[in-house]
Design a protein around this ligand. Sequence first.
Ligand code: 5GP
Length: 237
Amino acid sequence: MEIITEGHSKIIYAKESPDKILVYFKDTATAFHNIKRAKIVGKGLYVNQISAILFQYLTDAGIRNHFIKLADDQSMECLKTDVLPLRVIVRNFAAGSLSSRFGIKEETPLVEPIYEMTYKSEDLDNPFMNEHIAVALGFVTYNEMTTISDIAHKANTALSQVFESCDIRLIDFKLEFGRLPGGELIIADEISPDTCRLVDIKTGRHLDKDRFRHDMGDIIEAYNTVLIRLKQWKNLI
Ligand code: 5GP
């Protein structure tokens, strides 16, 4: 299969049908702009399966995203989109870069969710941007920014509810958006413990990539916990 693009954690393959892609999740973990890197056997499977459950749930809730179906253990078939060069970060509790920038204790609840944007460029250290910059640089229109904010807000509400049902707190997460050939903006990329901060409500344990970032223990065991709880939740609904 022809490779369209290969990143640190994914390979995107072309499909026979030009409106579809195959997303393959690698068994690699990277952090701090690829400075920290490791092969972790099984990680691709967990990221794939967890993303599939969450994407399907968003679809069922009317929140459009690129997921079509699982292709195999480590890959999924998705709609082909033109992915925007920006990331939307949604925060419900202080953590990570917000905590370090503002000197706020990790996991402090926020009065309102924060919606931030960064420009996707590792070379430039993923700088902050806002809607005016995104419009001025020609990435989106103001109307599209309104759509993105609306989708991010709905996704936050939906995902926070699912994770809470699994006794997991959704601290923060990252979304990427893609444009379909007709112009519609939908969620792309992945939604997994690689892109979300997830904390076990009962034990306070991180069940996400912070375990790898900060040497806090095995990530496979944590990702497996997330997958098992999501599967249990799915059987209940
Ligand atoms: P922070 O700004 O604290 O580093 O990240 C906030 C949230 O967005 C975290 O859940 C983090 O995993 C996610 N996030 C932000 N940027 C990236 C990125 O470049 N890659 C991944 N995998 N996640 C990101």
